[in-house]
Design a protein around this ligand. Structure first.
Ligand SMILES: Cc1cc2nc3c(=O)[nH]c(=O)nc-3n(C[C@H](O)[C@H](O)[C@H](O)COP(=O)(O)OP(=O)(O)OC[C@H]3O[C@@H](n4cnc5c(N)ncnc54)[C@H](O)[C@@H]3O)c2cc1C
Length: 275
């Protein structure tokens, strides 16, 4: 019989010293992803497991005028229960689309962002909002833009042996946000992905335009975004079709089906800017 050793650190510093001592140990937050697809009577767990869900330091919420900071072990339900001013609409839309209420009661926001097999459903919304994540390991703590957790090919790049401790989400005014889950409904699959959009205009000029799409691969075309920004609205038909072509070209890394869906959603977003 396989035996797993389960560690239950009492606080963050004990967790970090455990992680230093056991670099191969698996962090267990809500466990919904780790235990998914284990339908037999006895579950199989990795040999070294560190339970982090109840650590107080990872369950805090801090709110300022400019951002909200979420502990990684807040459950999706707890985040959804935050007051409206602390919960960006795009994030709320993404959270409501994850699994079912009983799963959301266990699943954590950190676990959603730290899953390495693919990008889960909260990732594109927070990538679109340019959220920062605090990563901790033996060498200390650092904040990075969530988008950096995708490698140059757009594949998940969450580093091994690292704790995601907090997520800092800028609180900004958006004139338009949209989120669509495409492909098979339910658990994220090979042919599913999430599209997230946020845009803001100031005095008739496009001040912000961000578009993220992620499933097995993530797409966020900052160079195209920076060329759209600063344009007077509505976009001309010529501008609109030129940007649509750029997004379509970038989508060739996706499966044909996802590329088609992505193209349609981009057309919808550019249509919004052309009205
Ligand atoms: C029936 C079912 C339906 C689902 N549907 C969806 C869905 O529609 N959309 C969706 O996005 N997901 C879905 N999921 C997957 C899962 O519930 C979520 O992605 C969830 O947010 C994962 O969080 P967790 O706390 O349970 O992660 P865990 O299972 O605890 O961990 C997942 C991974 O992240 C690592 N990890 C966890 N926390 C941290 C941390 N703070 N720092 C570093 N690494 C960490 C773990 O080591 C593990 O590798 C579904 C799962 C099930 C069982």
């Amino acid at each position: 019989m396989l035996v797993s050793e389960v560690h239950q650190p009492r606080d963050l510093s004990e967790l970090l010293s455990l992680m230093r001592r056991l670099p191969g140990a698996t962090l267990y937050a809500g466990g919904t992803e780790l235990l998914r697809e284990q339908a037999s009577r006895y579950v199989t767990l990795p040999p070294e497991l560190v339970s982090i869900a109840s650590l107080l330091e990872l369950r805090q919420v801090s709110l300022t005028e400019r951002f909200v900071e979420l502990g990684a072990c807040l459950t999706l339900t707890e985040v959804l229960e935050l007051k409206e001013s602390a919960l960006p609409e795009l994030l709320a839309l993404a959270l409501r689309g994850v699994a079912t209420a009983p799963i959301r009661n266990l699943a954590t926001i950190g676990g959603n962002l730290a899953t390495r097999s693919r990008f889960m459903d909260v990732w594109p919304a927070l990538a679109c909002l340019d959220a920062l994540v605090e990563l901790r390991d033996g060498s200390g703590a650092r904040w990075i833009n969530l988008n950096r957790l995708a490698d140059d090919d757009g594949r998940p790049a969450f580093p091994a042996g690292v704790l995601l401790s907090r997520i800092r989400i800028p609180l900004e005014r958006w004139d338009a946000v949209a989120l669509r889950k495409v492909g098979r409904c339910g658990y994220p699959s090979r042919d599913s992905a999430v599209f997230a959009l946020a845009a803001r205009a100031e005095k008739g000029i496009l001040a912000e335009f961000r578009l993220a799409f992620a499933g097995e691969r993530a797409l966020r075309l900052r160079d195209v975004e920076s060329r759209i920004l600063g344009r007077r609205l509505p976009l001309s038909a010529k501008e609109r079709s030129a940007f649509a072509v750029e997004y379509r070209e970038a989508a060739t890394v996706l499966s044909p089906e996802l590329a088609l869906r992505f193209g349609t959603l981009v057309d919808g977003a550019l249509d919004l800017l052309s009205r």
